[in-house]
Design a protein around this ligand. Structure first.
Ligand code: UD1
Length: 421
């Protein structure tokens, strides 16, 4: 087990190029299962969730090679249709393989997915999505068995909620289904557009209209393709908030600014100056941030739930009272008790956090309980007088590639050491 040791930081400053997107590379890796041949993905981040996805591919019979940031997947032969229990419990996104395995083999076996503990994370919408494409579902001995004896068939479906994962699963299942599939109330996150671009390069016929409507014309088969994973908008936003919290200046290069458009006005309300170019966003923060009277998470293009915890952490020392509402997940405030250990004044009522800015935070030993909440603790520790420790760094490694290296380059004093408890 490792822990981070973090000292109070001066203003972080510099330039970074952000890693490839975790939330994009996972469904892209799932998509390779549909392709009877080789696919090559560039800009794949080195993350534990990506390693878990590679293990799932290998368990299905694919061969996967990594060379630098390129992953080459050969799915010419698929020898299995079941995701082993231990890999399912390693990460929730394992459920993403359902549509692709079903599409390729006509059947699939899953058990309960794992991932961050951020409240109820059912998979009912995923299940009804594939059922709507004529897959039968059976539960037995803690496992879910899916089978489409006569092949998947296109259908017109309205999702109960614009779930990112269920939308991706349905697209994957529909690519090689018979006939046309129309999805209403689909999620329209940029990572879904990235998946659609890759699938279309591989011979699929998917149109994404951006207003919750996606149309998929089933094709007989897909062929190998080469693709570069989009930049990680959540990592970009997380580092911009970290720099802002320390009164710093940061330029994040190689991103598509539109992907974090909802963060820009929030940074403005916090008193930061921002500059937006074709492929970069810069932030320059005052010594002390201002509170944000009201922000709520929403599906894209709204403020992302994945930036809620980093935002809360950067508002702990802001001047005034902030109100942050979590509208997507039901229990995504696990970072709050940890932030309070540093002296933050936060009250959670239902789905809303009321944050009274305090003039200073004091170091403490903190526990990273989930991925984004874990990064939020880094942001808070960077502002806290003294030396803080963050244990259970493995949660943070699911989505941030060497955060200590990135932050050190920006002037932070952070190191990762063995945690002997
Ligand atoms: C994806 C992202 C995650 C992000 C989330 C919301 C990946 C790998 N992960 O997760 O980082 O926080 O989108 O932007 O891309 N729900 C159901 N039933 C279902 C599916 C979802 O009730 O079958 C609910 C969830 O409990 C949650 C909400 O819908 O409250 C949103 O979940 P969803 O959009 O599916 O998130 P993920 O795809 O799991």
């Amino acid at each position: 087990m490792k822990k981070f040791i973090i000292e109070k930081s001066d203003a972080l400053s510099g330039k970074i190029s952000v890693q490839g997107s975790k939330n994009s590379v996972l469904p892209l890796l799932a998509a390779t299962v549909l392709i009877k041949g080789k696919s090559r993905l560039h800009n794949c981040p080195e993350l534990s969730d990506v390693r878990a996805a590679v293990k799932i591919l290998e368990s299905l019979g694919c061969t996967v090679e990594r060379a630098g940031d390129t992953l080459t997947v050969d799915a010419s032969e698929i020898t299995g249709n079941e995701i082993p229990q231990e890999l399912m419990s390693e990460m929730r996104s394992s459920v993403m393989f359902l549509g692709a395995i079903l599409g390729r083999t006509g059947s699939a076996v899953l058990s309960a997915p794992g991932g961050c503990d951020i409240g109820k994370r059912p998979i009912d919408i995923h299940i009804s999505a594939v059922s709507d494409l004529s897959a039968h579902t059976r539960r037995e001995c803690g496992k879910l068995f899916f089978a489409a004896e006569n092949g998947l068939k296109g259908n017109t479906v309205t999702l109960a909620f614009p779930s990112v994962g269920a939308t991706e699963n349905m697209i994957l299942a529909a690519c090689t289904a018979k006939g046309k599939t129309v999805i209403y109330n689909a999620a329209c996150e940029p990572e879904i557009a990235d998946l659609v671009s890759f699938l279309n390069l591989a011979g699929a016929s998917v149109r994404m209209y951006g207003n919750g409507l996606i149309e998929i014309e089933g094709v007989r088969q897909l062929h190998g393709a080469e693709y570069t994973v989009m930049a990680d908008r959540i990592a970009a936003g997380s580092y911009l908030l970290a720099a802002a919290a320390t009164g710093g200046s940061l330029t994040v290069n190689n991103i598509f600014p539109q992907h974090i458009a909802s963060l820009i006005p929030v940074l403005g309300k916090m008193g930061c100056k921002t500059e937006i170019g074709d492929n970069f966003v810069s932030v320059s923060a005052p010594k002390r941030l201002k509170a944000v009277s009201r922000t709520g998470t929403m599906p894209y293009p709204g403020f992302p739930t994945d930036l809620q915890a980093p935002l809360c952490a950067s508002l702990c020392r802001a001047e005034g009272d902030s109100v942050v509402t979590e509208n997507i997940f039901e229990a995504r405030f696990k970072h709050v008790p940890e932030l309070k250990k540093l002296g933050a004044d936060i009250t959670v009522q239902g789905k809303t956090a009321f944050i009274k800015g305090v003039p200073c935070l004091c170091a403490s030993r903190l526990n990273a309980l989930d991925l984004r909440g874990g990064f939020a603790l880094i942001i808070a520790a960077l502002q806290a007088q003294g030396t803080s420790e963050i244990i259970n760094t493995e949660h943070i490694d699911r989505g941030y590639e060497c955060p200590e290296k990135v932050l050190t380059e920006l002037g932070a004093k952070i190191k990762r050491v063995e945690d002997y408890g």
